[in-house]
Design a protein. Structure first.
Length: 263
């Protein structure tokens, strides 16, 4: 039996859920409340010492890391394979999975600089925020988040994120010039991997990163992947309306600052 430990709005959890629904696999859900710190519970830390989501457990086999999870899931079930048979297309698919390491870091920075920052400034006192930041096991991540909390869209980490996303969106646009999806005319694991990240930017009202920069193939691709049944089940159904509203509001407020940092 497949069991997924995941977070409702976590982009990496969305990647795993997209693969589960695309592959039409039966699975058990263990939804963690990340803002409340469920990921730090001792029982979960035994499965994932990094205290991140998602984690897949399959008949006792424990697998963290969303890109590894979706690749593993593609080997299960009878649904169409999401890694192409053609060796070159398969290699390109793997390249997109590797790219998501940097993309994830960029999306994390953009989300913390906008929606998460706004939420934390409202719900925690300065003293509580400092205790929270000081409790993060990895001091490098703690300092990054401290800077994002302090400087928001003016953080140097936002500049780094914009650099990564400019290269990523350029590569996406080139791949989509003559194809419906990232590895050709058939949906693949590359599209599964990238959907949650581009969807998050759009939900943060940061779609100007492609609509105002000439990457005109990205918006039609996003619409295509959103039309797939997996998107409703894996992404939309897990995002409360109020969360969606707050994400968009935060991004709209930050966009004038972010847009000036594009060049």
């Amino acid at each position: 039996m497949l069991k997924l430990y995941h977070g409702a709005s976590s982009v990496c959890s969305q990647k795993a859920r997209l693969a589960l629904f695309e592959k039409q696999l039966e699975w058990e859900s263990e939804l963690l409340d990340l803002p409340s710190g469920d990921q730090f519970h001792p029982d979960y830390l035994k499965l994932n010492p990094a205290a991140v989501v998602p984690t897949l457990v399959h008949d006792g086999f424990v697998l963290p890391e969303s890109s590894a999870i979706i690749h593993y899931l593609d080997g299960l079930g009878d649904a169409p394979k999401l890694v192409p048979d053609d060796p070159a297309a398969a290699a390109v698919t793997q390249l997109w999975l590797v790219r998501t390491i940097g993309v994830h870091e960029a999306i994390n920075s953009m989300t913390f600089a906008t929606a998460i920052r706004d939420a934390e400034l409202q719900r925690r006192t300065p003293e509580e925020r400092e205790r929270w930041l000081s409790s993060i096991p990895n001091p490098q991540i703690g300092e990054k988040r401290r800077d994002l909390m302090k400087n928001g869209p003016e953080s140097v980490y936002v500049d780094g994120a914009l650099h990564t996303m400019r290269m990523t969106l350029s590569a996406m646009n080139a791949a989509l010039e003559d194809a419906a999806y990232l590895t050709g005319d058939a949906y693949s694991l590359a599209d599964t991997a990238m959907t949650a990240y581009i969807d998050r930017l759009d939900r943060l009202a940061l779609d100007g990163l492609w609509t105002q920069t000439g990457f005109d193939q990205v918006a039609p691709w996003l619409e295509r992947v959103r039309q797939r049944p997996s998107y409703q089940s894996a992404v939309v159904d897990y995002i409360p309306a109020e969360m969606a509203r707050m994400q968009r509001m935060s991004g709209e407020t930050a966009w004038p600052v972010i847009s000036k940092r594009l060049n």
